[in-house]
Design a protein around this ligand. Structure first.
Ligand SMILES: *Cc1c(COP(=O)(O)O)cnc(C)c1O
Length: 383
């Protein structure tokens, strides 16, 4: 055990109780640790095809001689061009768009803007861990709704009625991930609309659509259209997943202008750097690339699920670019994770979510999925 942190008593009470986010290990570190090469990383739900080729061209232009001076300058703090491009893409006014250093930043801004120790925020038991971190850091009361139980329809998914039941006059934020990470579960639009209709206007619903591009179904409405009816809705999206820009850190919120104006008061003035802004604009312009990536993901995810099933491992239905695979026990999941690391496949343990018998696996390229499935077959035959 590590020695007690001598500064812990000096920290804000909310911070002294925080458990930090545990990121997956970088590929190079795993390769060094296990003495392997050509490891594949299926741990963080990035787009294995990367961003549109147009992004590289746009970045090259920024990094050319003249623009190298560009990175000596502060970025455009208002993100004028990116917010305009997003506003046009989404059919909203630029004043409704808040840029973040990843959508993580927007989630934290929402917490900082609306939460105090006298307020509460609601999220699902197995939802994206950043909600808990953001709520706890503000010292607000976290009200954790039980997920749908294993075996039920939409097992481990959000139970919107359970979430609704936790709302009272102290509640400021209610987080919904659609689809959710790490479970891959989703909520139907009709159920979401019913929840929105049932809530008092003072409860802000944070609809996290980090995997929207992968999840969209024919006939689905764009949640942005709901803002007209529900000004207490904030939609949060990212360039980290389908758009392939995870490293550059850029995401955004879409909301009523009044909410965006408040977030803007808390936002660091230069929270999104110049390269990220340029890359995001270029990425947004190439929707064909996104379509192709979504198609490739659907094929890889189907192959992954079929392969898991063939090996006797159940996977939750997923609308993300990843699946949550069930290994039956925490011990088996841990042993499998260790086995996969030695075989050069990095997946994501989710014990920190209270889901110790599962591993989250990103649907990478077809070749990556084959490598994973071969390693899993190997694990199966030895255990
Ligand atoms: C990955 C992810 C995000 C945010 O990622 P950023 O890189 O900070 O934009 C947000 N929500 C969910 C559910 C995610 O899985």
């Amino acid at each position: 055990m590590s020695p007690r942190n001598p500064y812990i008593d000096l920290a804000a009470p909310a911070v002294s109780e925080l458990a930090p986010y545990l990121p997956g290990k970088p590929v190079a570190e795993v390769e060094r640790e296990f003495g392997i090469t050509d490891a594949v990383k299926l741990a963080s739900n990035e787009n294995p095809r990367g961003p549109s080729p147009r992004v590289r061209e746009a970045l090259a232009r920024v990094l050319d001689e003249q623009a190298t001076a560009g990175i000596a300058r502060y970025p455009d703090g208002a993100g004028y061009y990116l917010r305009s491009a997003l506003a046009e893409h989404l059919g909203v006014a630029p004043e409704q768009v808040t840029l973040g250093n990843g959508s993580n930043d927007v989630l934290v801004l929402l917490a900082e803007t609306f939460l105090t120790p006298a307020t509460s925020a609601i999220y699902d038991e197995y939802s994206f861990v950043v909600y808990r971190l953001a709520v706890q850091a503000c010292g607000a009361e976290a009200r954790v709704a039980a997920s749908r139980p294993p075996g039920a329809a939409q097992a481990l998914g959000h139970d919107l009625a359970a979430m609704r039941a936790l709302v009272d006059e102290t509640t400021r934020l209610l987080f919904i991930a659609n689809p959710n990470n790490p479970t891959g579960t989703w909520v139907e639009q009709q159920a979401l609309l019913e929840l929105l209709r049932s809530l008092p206007p003072g409860v802000i619903v944070v609809l996290d659509e980090a995997y929207l591009e992968y999840a969209r179904q024919p006939g689905d409405a764009d949640a942005v259209r709901w803002l007209a009816e529900f000004p207490n809705l904030v939609i949060v999206r990212t360039f980290s997943k389908a758009y392939g820009l995870a490293s550059l850190r850029v995401g955004y919120g879409v909301s009523a202008p009044g909410i965006a104006e408040l977030l803007n008061r808390v936002r660091q003035p230069f929270n999104v750097n110049s390269l990220a802004q340029v890359a995001a604009i270029a990425a947004l312009e190439d929707q064909h690339w996104i379509d192709a990536c979504v198609e490739a993901n659907a094929a890889a995810r189907a192959e992954l699920c079929a392969g898991l099933e063939q090996l006797g491992f159940a996977a939750l239905p997923s609308r993300g670019n990843f699946v949550l695979a069930d290994f039956g026990s925490a011990a088996t999941a841990a042993a499998c994770n260790d086995f996969l690391l030695r075989a050069g496949v990095i997946v994501r343990p989710v014990a920190n979510y209270g889901l110790a018998r599962y591993l989250r696996i990103t649907a990478g390229t077809a070749a990556e999925v084959r490598k994973l499935l071969a390693a899993l077959a190997d694990f199966r035959s030895r255990s």
